[in-house]
Design a protein around this ligand. Sequence first.
Ligand code: AMP
Ligand code: MG
Length: 416
Amino acid sequence: MSAPIAEDALKSVDQHLADVLSGIRPIAPLDLQLLDAHGCILAESVVADVDLPRFDNSSVDGYAVRLADVAKASPSTPAQLPVVGDIAAGSRPTYTVQPGMSVRIMTGAPVPPGAEAVVPLEWTDGGIATVTITQAPQAGNSVRRQGEDVKTGQVVLDAGTRLGPGQLGLLAAVGRDRVVVRPRPRVVILSTGSELVEPGSPLEPGQIHESNSYILTTAAREAGATAFRVGIVPDDDRSLMNAIEDQLIRADLVLTSGGVSVGAYDVVKEVLSRLGTVRFERVAMQPGKPQGFGTVGPDNTPIITLPGNPVSSYVSFEVFVRPVIRRMLGVEPLHRPVVRATCLQAMTSVPGKRQFARAWLDVADGRYVVRPVGGHGSHLVGDLAHSNSLVVVPEDVTEVPEGGTVEVMVLERRLS
Ligand code: AMP
Ligand code: MG
């Protein structure tokens, strides 16, 4: 057991963050099927080996024609042309449009040799054997040119791109069924506490519903991880060690909440301290002072032990864990955007600690304004639900006047 640390020995937030990040590497890239790669970060640059469109094709249902045959077409002087056949989407162009002839063509079908434009169905009488055309097309009308979108040899996606619907559609369009990506880190979330009960189940006196794992699981998912909510682990050594050992198989990162203070049943700290690979420290921040991190198991899986109070665990997630997940994903920037805002309410802060205060950030008259939400208490989840940002009050600031400028960590891009 290490000797108790004096209050003045608090570790700085920046030092702790640097220490936690120092052991984290991006996860090795993996070749995945397109749908499995959804939301992942591309680890290769993708070069098209085809043109898009692949071939000149019609953008409408209509008639492929030669320009000279329809140059004078108008409602009063319509052109009449025999229709020598049909070309459907997916069929090979077996016809050549000879002078004085036309070919009926469907959207997406290859434009046949000889054709110089496609006349949309709406400019015609829709004839099958002979068509009457009442409007003259420009050269190339309604023709989608080969390679006008993407050219063979072009880099269509750079490494580092996040794969959403548009990117996955492009990969499929150029014929790729697999891509090399950084897979989502697998994050396992355990909530320790013998007082905890699953939401939806009735409570005995002294019990509370478990909520941290809902915050942490969804926050991890929003950060880009695949998160597994394990649920509640009671405050005893065996249960905790068993739960961690059981989960290591599917974890790139283990998160626990609770049990890291100085209480008699703070089992996370007791049990993991003995391993010698997890450090427990007191960080100069509010909320979130008790923090622990290290590695567990044969593969030295990173573990971060978050405090139990819901607000503390969420703030700690934002400050330490989200950057870890982003480092594992191999994306920059690691940190949330920070903006300067006018604080609409006076605030006080403890000297020597960095305060992260739940707040509502908004824009008024083209400037950011921010209002702290609720009190200092790290149990106040009601307030947490009505915040979209954290006001960051530096260690050496003890008072922020109403109208003062503060830095604000933006948690949601959507403001009001
Ligand atoms: P601890 O650090 O384990 O002493 O927990 C600090 C406070 O947070 C206690 O009031 C716990 O009941 C509460 N707490 C711990 N874990 C959770 C959780 N998963 N959900 C809700 N509250 C929790
Ligand atoms: Mg506890």
